[in-house]
Design a protein around this ligand. Structure first.
Ligand code: CA
Length: 370
């Protein structure tokens, strides 16, 4: 793999903005790159379903030899948050952003790895099975592209998938990920003049504060977490606040524990509201289901064998977050996340380790050709 070409491709891609649901301009650049390799790409039409400007891109590459499984390779087109105008700076073996923005290595390092592996397959005429390359949209705002992917277009379903959306060390595979719920709370009390007749009011902020202070939050055990992440309420200091809304989430690698934690958070709000004569309106929603893949799964064994083949130490990891792999697993495609060489994603300190990215290219190539 040519280091300079990969670095220059990466720098080109991170300079094209691709915010969630606004990936169209960036997607057309990726389509051109694939067309240069003689590949056709299909948009699955998810833009309409998610109200974005671009659907998920699907590219089917026929097998060139027998005896290989059909493998899906995926990463996402969007970058996290609302940072635009990203300027990459190459310094020795690292790339970081020039300003106070993210770098966008999450997941553009993954895109570079995929494109370079496809280029190598073509240049070296390497034998491989059917490949289904899927670039999803709107991953960073809740795996929305993967949830609205037209799975019929993937039929017959690939036997396994590798999602290039991991950070850190080459050789690391996320084979387990948590279940997650999101919860929206509304406490409805009663407004009153805070100075004239506070007795007539029911303070929604106070109820929320009491409920939240009684919740088990943070790291609950070695496989479960919970958080209250946003809160709004009240309109003026001289009005007893009528309404407070707040949102939270819970995650666990064990579904029963997640269900218990979600119920606990809801109960604390219901109890505090009832005690004060207020009303609690709560909606809970499953964000994604977890997965746990072991050595009995071909996707795991193949990942390990390919890592060893290119001199990497395979390392199976229990992830703490959700990714498109959660959704693909739900749809019956055994999927793991593999590393890309990106560090500190979702922060202005994000950086890409160039030698790690190169190693991940070799790894991906070994996965599809071994
Ligand atoms: Ca990501």
């Amino acid at each position: 793999m040519n280091r300079d070409a990969l670095v220059s491709l990466f720098c080109e891609l991170v300079q094209i903005d691709s915010l969630s649901k606004h990936e169209a301009a960036f997607a057309s650049v990726i389509e051109d790159k694939l067309a240069d390799l003689g590949l056709d790409i299909t948009d699955d039409g998810a833009a309409l379903r998610i109200v974005g400007d671009c659907g998920n891109l699907i590219c089917r590459i026929p097998a060139t030899a027998d005896g290989f499984p059909a493998i899906m390779i995926n990463t996402h087109l969007d970058t996290v948050g609302d940072d635009t105008g990203i300027q990459p700076v190459v310094e020795n073996d690292e790339i970081h952003s020039a300003g106070d923005t993210i770098l966008g290595a999450d997941a553009k390092a993954g895109i570079v790895i995929i494109l370079s592996a496809l280029q190598a397959l073509d240049d070296q005429e390497l034998p491989h099975g059917e490949l289904v390359v899927v670039f999803t949209v709107a991953e960073e705002i809740g795996l929305i592209g993967a949830q609205h992917l037209d799975y019929e277009m993937l039929e017959p379903l690939p036997q396994m998938a590798y999602v290039l959306d991991g950070s850190v060390t080459p050789g690391q595979m996320v084979t387990q990920a948590p279940y997650s719920d999101k919860i929206s709370f509304e406490v409805r009390g009663k407004a009153a003049h805070a100075g004239v007749e506070p007795e007539a009011g029911i303070n929604a902020i106070k109820i929320a504060a009491q409920a939240i202070s009684e919740m088990k939050l943070g790291r609950l055990d070695d496989e479960s977490t919970a958080n209250i992440g946003t809160i709004q309420g009240g309109s003026a200091t001289n009005i007893v606040p009528e309404v407070t809304t707040f949102k939270g989430e819970a995650r666990s690698h064990q579904e029963e524990k997640l269900i218990r934690q979600t119920r606990h958070m809801c109960q604390k709000v219901e109890e505090a509201a009832a005690q004060a004569g207020a009303q609690a309106n709560i909606t809970t929603e499953r964000s994604y289901n977890g997965f746990a893949l072991g050595l009995d799964e071909e996707v795991v064994r193949r990942g390990i064998a390919a890592a060893e083949q290119v001199g990497l130490k395979p390392n199976l990891h229990k992830g703490g977050g959700g990714s498109d792999a959660n959704i693909f697993n739900e749809h019956g495609i055994p999927s793991v996340i593999i590393a890309t060489g990106a560090h500190k994603p979702h922060t202005p300190d994000e950086l890409l380790c160039i030698p790690s990215m190169l190693k991940c290219c070799e790894w991906l190539l070994a996965i599809v050709t071994t």
